[in-house]
Design a protein around this ligand. Sequence first.
Ligand code: NAP
Length: 295
Amino acid sequence: MAGNMSQPRATVRLDGREIAAPLRQHTAAAVAALRQRGVVPSLAVVRVGDDAASQIYVGAKLKAAAALGIVALEHHLPAADSQGAVESLVAALAGDDGIDGILVQLPLPRHLDVEGVLAQVPASKDVDGFGLHSLGALAAGAPGLRPCTPAGVMRILEHWAAERGEHLAGKRALVIGRSRIVGKPVALLLLAADCTVTIAHSRSVDLAALVAEADIVVAAAGSPRLIRGSWLRPGSVVIDVGIHRLSDGSLCGDVDTEGAQGVAGAITPVPGGVGPLTIAQLMANTVAACEARRA
Ligand code: NAP
């Protein structure tokens, strides 16, 4: 028996496509109900320049919208367009009553001021949840549209906890990264879920020791395989937000997935973990924005 107890436990794979399925179904049903009333939810995507990754991400979003019956139109501007030209387009979309959600695909070309562009998106149409009003509402615990990747991370964690008959409350959560679009909002959402939250960043000391303390690790450092499997607390749940293309063409995350096997209790794959939830949440936000404006 003692021998059996020392066997490493199998690590559960948290499949983002499976976990996103109920959210997609819920969104599809909401779209069908709106369409029956003659309301067609619509999403405007603004892309500036020719960033290759952005083109792929936008393509995936447009495809997901079409599959759900959401009308999504891409507005593609040349990389050299001025601040005024980009802001004018976003302002026009903001004033268009037929548009429910506006997404400005980041990054923008370097000569553009992101804040100035995002400031043109009204909170009611901020389906990416990146605007100052949306982030302020999140920090204050007020209602509002939540950023898609952070909300997707929470959906995976809620699924994991529900499967185990547990709660997130009281768990020690470590968020690695403090960016505006992932780290900070994830930390705020975990706090709202009553976790005890630590945020690590590039100036943090002894990341391995912080990881070893955590029941929940959310890795969003943007550094390939930064987090070693041996650092993890046995049985912890690991959400790997990072996505990197290696020189051999394969993809990996911020976590050494192989090293985590048998140590982590559960881990998201890359790809197929957080990504599907991000897109499903964007669609859910678009429909929520439509319902709130046109209900
Ligand atoms: P980012 O803006 O580059 O932020 C990275 C954060 O990680 C920064 O706060 C940085 O600290 C911190 N960091 C960097 N090296 C570190 C280290 N060695 N130890 C601890 N912290 C460290 O990246 P992001 O936009 O948040 O994205 C993070 C990753 O998620 C990227 O790989 C991105 O591609 C991916 N992503 C995936 C999705 C998805 O849907 N799957 C969505 C968005 C992003 P400082 O603040 O001190 O610089």
